[in-house]
Design a protein. Structure first.
Length: 352
């Protein structure tokens, strides 16, 4: 729910790839594959128990997704890895990847309306690495040292949150996000007043601007947006991480609309070739699976996917870190969406 909806690049990639698959089979080969290793959780638990002297580790395997459960569940992630950026000013510096945007697409196989869930990157979650501690959701993509990789740790964390097994994982990094916007000809941002954010390197005039990738990224990640008023530059009232999430959702809908309007498969394939080097998917996702997902994602532009909102409150950990606390049981919210006849009023999940 925070800066840089990099996941748009992942969604855009799959959509453009699907429509232009016949022209872009080589593009699919440029996508990085990663293993989602659920058995690593068992190994990690066993190692932690042995180090504590408990000897109570469960030797059984971790259950893989049940393919006959009537659902397709996709974890769509945007990372703020700096590895491919020539200029990291304004983004900070650290090694590796962190999950900047985390979204879950749930598609019932019976043709019911699909759901899209945005999980705030600062959501406080249990650490699946066996530390018996809590941390921010975005930290999960760092993995558990030698026990499990980042995509596996994030997948298991999200599964615990939503109460559903994840079928497939897709991630796009920051550089790919910028490339994607440039590849489709930019993104229109319309403003009543000129805005700026020096930390995000944002500067946009009043009116409508066809922003390039860098400008769009700055707009979506800005957390200290100022506007030019009669009294000079003033903070934009009410700007927060949730405000940025709304910007990101608007961008997502617009992006899907532009991609579905491409005139030819060749145009779509050209965009796919630009984005492919910045995308990582789980090793089980096939090209045909991506094609199938693509047609669902096209629905984002037509409003046929229901968005499940998670109410949150601000909190501070004992270590002084700012976090977000979910005000509903997310798994119950998902259950209410999937079984509307038993939905409780408290969850606030209005089935679509």
């Amino acid at each position: 729910m925070k800066k840089r909806l990099l996941i748009i690049g992942a969604c855009a990639f799959i959509v453009v790839l699907a429509v232009g698959a016949v022209f872009a089979l080589s593009t699919w080969g440029d996508v990085t594959r990663v293993s989602i290793d659920r058995d690593a959780l068992v190994a990690g638990d066993r190692e932690n128990d042995e180090s504590r002297g408990d000897g109570n580790a469960d030797d059984g395997p971790v259950a893989a997704p049940t393919r006959g459960d009537g659902l397709d569940v996709y974890l769509l992630v945007g990372s703020d890895s700096r590895d491919e950026l020539d200029d990291t000013d304004g983004f900070g510096e650290f090694e590796g990847q962190r999950a900047d945007v985390v979204m879950v697409l749930i598609r019932p196989n019976d043709g019911s309306r699909a759901a899209l869930i945005s999980l705030p990157r600062d959501l406080l979650v249990n650490d699946v690495c066996g530390t018996n501690k809590e941390h921010k959701l975005n930290d999960s993509l760092e993995g558990c040292e030698s026990i499990m990789n980042g995509p596996t740790a994030l997948t298991l964390t999200v599964e615990a949150l939503i109460g559903q097994p994840i079928d497939h994982f897709a991630l796009v990094d920051l550089a790919g996000f910028q490339e994607a916007v440039d590849a489709i000809g930019g993104y229109e941002i319309c403003l009543e007043r000129s805005v700026r954010d020096q930390k995000a390197q944002l500067e946009l005039p009043a009116g409508c601007t066809q922003a390039d990738g860098a400008e769009t990224l700055a707009w979506l990640r800005s957390r200290s947006t100022q506007e030019l008023t009669e009294n000079g530059w003033q903070p934009v009232p009410g700007v927060s991480d949730l405000t940025r999430n709304e910007r990101q959702r608007t961008f997502l809908l617009s992006m899907m609309g532009q991609l579905s309007d491409f005139g030819s498969p060749k145009d779509v394939a050209d965009v796919a070739q630009v984005i492919a080097p910045f995308v990582t998917v789980d090793s089980e996702l096939s090209l045909l699976g991506a094609v199938d997902l693509a047609w669902t994602l096209r629905g984002l532009s037509g409003g046929i996917i229901h968005e499940l909102d998670i109410p949150v409150t601000d909190a501070t950990t004992s270590a002084g870190a700012a976090v977000l606390i979910a005000q509903v049981d997310i798994a119950e919210m998902v259950d209410d969406y999937l079984a509307p006849e038993t939905a409780g009023e408290a969850t606030g999940a209005a089935p679509g």
